[in-house]
Design a protein around this ligand. Structure first.
Ligand SMILES: [Zn+2]
Length: 192
């Protein structure tokens, strides 16, 4: 039996697409779907099978804990931010039904840095994307980074650009006034 063609966790046959490489094996598409959407290829590569098992156990626990989450406030966008102010927890999700989506439940206390920054959409085309980055001290998720504009490649200083920038500040302001969380607006392309 050729184990290199099987998932390191569940043992299922690997499909052609959607697998992720781990440090010591390959994770199948179905197991990838259970992992946090915020893991990038490097995050997978940094984990061995044991670490990945732990991550999936964390995700199972997350699903349970998420049941008690109460949405008290939100900032809606392509990715929405939902806040439970009583427990000082938040989730970021593309889906309205973030509980079904098993969005990662995070605590305000885990936020190390909040920033919004601008990135060139592509080398060939004009236009920029505005991104939000939340650096975390969470053991399973280093950071959450997402594009704020709905469609890629905003024309600088257009109406859409201005709207997106103001939405970016809504995300930042959602945490403003929280003990220990503040940010500085700096001139130029990066806001922190
Ligand atoms: Zn699998």
């Amino acid at each position: 039996m050729d184990n290199s063609k099987k998932c390191a966790i569940c043992g299922n046959e690997l499909t052609r697409y959607g697998n992720k490489k781990l440090k010591d094996g390959i994770l199948c598409r179905d197991c990838v779907k259970l992992a946090s959407p915020w893991l990038n290829d490097d995050d997978y590569l940094a984990r061995d099978t044991e670490a990945m098992k732990k991550h999936l156990e964390y995700r199972e626990m997350n699903k349970e804990k998420l049941k008690d989450f109460v949405e008290e406030r939100s900032v809606k966008g392509k990715y929405s931010l939902y806040l439970d102010e009583d427990t000082r927890q938040f989730v970021v999700s593309k889906r309205k039904d973030f509980k079904k989506d098993n969005a990662d439940l995070l605590s305000y206390d885990e936020i190390e840095e909040l920033s919004i920054f601008e990135e060139k959409y592509s080398d060939e085309q004009e236009g920029v994307d505005l991104l939000m980055d939340i650096r975390l001290s969470n053991p399973e998720i280093d950071n959450i980074c997402f594009r704020i504009n709905e469609f890629p490649g905003l024309e600088k200083d257009s109406e859409d650009y201005k709207k997106t920038l103001s939405l970016a500040f809504e995300y930042l302001n959602a945490f403003d006034g929280e003990k220990g969380i503040d940010f500085e607006q700096t001139e130029g392309e990066k806001y922190e």
